[in-house]
Design a protein around this ligand. Structure first.
Ligand SMILES: O=C(O)CC1=CCC(=O)O1
Length: 236
């Protein structure tokens, strides 16, 4: 059997509500929470869940950190992957400044908890349109951050810091791939999506209007239409 695995962004393990709503009546689908795990550990967790469900393959839908994990899964078990949706993500590793910021943030979370973290993340993670006009989405994203166990957030920052450069992985990807990016994504902007599109042979790419980095939350209708269209192609 082939299912759909939704791989969340950091630190939003419960972000897939709008997608689960449309997918659950149509496809076998899971949305694992891998906060606190390294990417290799998270990949092992996903493969174990697929084994338990007796899925031989899955379409992976990875947003941001979920995209980083999709690359890791492709390296570990390409034979288990039927297709990829890479949303608002990038192939490159952190630069030294990015790694230092992860360390500072992890140390502050361990010292102070998470109360300060939504204000640090959301101005970048949400697009201008959402921040100015969608107070409910802003509030819900903030609550998702606060609902985490602080130590798991700190460990995930270390996992992000330590992820490898996936650029050499891109040309090896040989399954149908859809690349999505919010037009207002300032974290992994359109140029990053184009890099993926150019390096993954046969991939498709779509820019989502009025969405930022968390495009599945910010523009769920457009995101879901693109996702369902892709799944209909791959799983028919
Ligand atoms: O911090 C990054 O590398 C980009 C990012 C934002 C959310 C996420 O999952 O990763």
């Amino acid at each position: 059997m082939t299912g759909v695995v939704l791989l969340h962004a950091f630190p939003y393990p419960t972000m897939w509500g709008p997608q689960l709503e449309v997918l659950q009546p149509r496809y076998p689908v899971i949305a694992p929470n891998y906060m606190g795990k390294t990417l290799p550990e998270a990949a092992e967790q996903v493969l174990r869940e697929m084994d338990w469900l007796r899925w031989d393959k899955a379409v992976l839908v990875g947003l941001s950190m979920g995209g980083y994990l999709s690359f890791e899964l492709w390296r570990q078990a390409p034979e288990r992957i039927a297709g990829l949706v890479l949303a608002d993500t990038r192939a490159g590793a952190d630069n030294p400044q990015g790694r230092a910021t992860r360390d500072q943030q992890a140390a502050r979370i361990r010292a102070e908890g998470l109360a300060w973290f939504p204000e640090a993340l959301l101005p970048n993670h949400l697009g201008k349109t959402t921040r100015e006009h969608e107070a409910e989405i802003v509030q819900s994203a903030a609550q998702m951050i606060l609902d985490n166990e602080p130590e798991l957030v700190a460990r995930s920052l270390e996992a992000l810091r330590d992820r490898p450069d996936s650029t050499p992985t891109l040309p090896t990807i040989a399954v149908p791939t859809l690349i999505l990016v919010g037009e207002e994504d300032s974290v992994t902007p359109i140029a990053e999506a184009r890099t993926l599109y150019k390096a993954i042979e046969g991939s498709q790419m779509l820019i989502l209007a009025e969405a930022g980095h968390l495009s599945s939350l910010e523009s769920p209708t457009t995101f879901n239409t693109a996702l369902l269209g892709f799944l209909a192609q791959v799983l028919s």
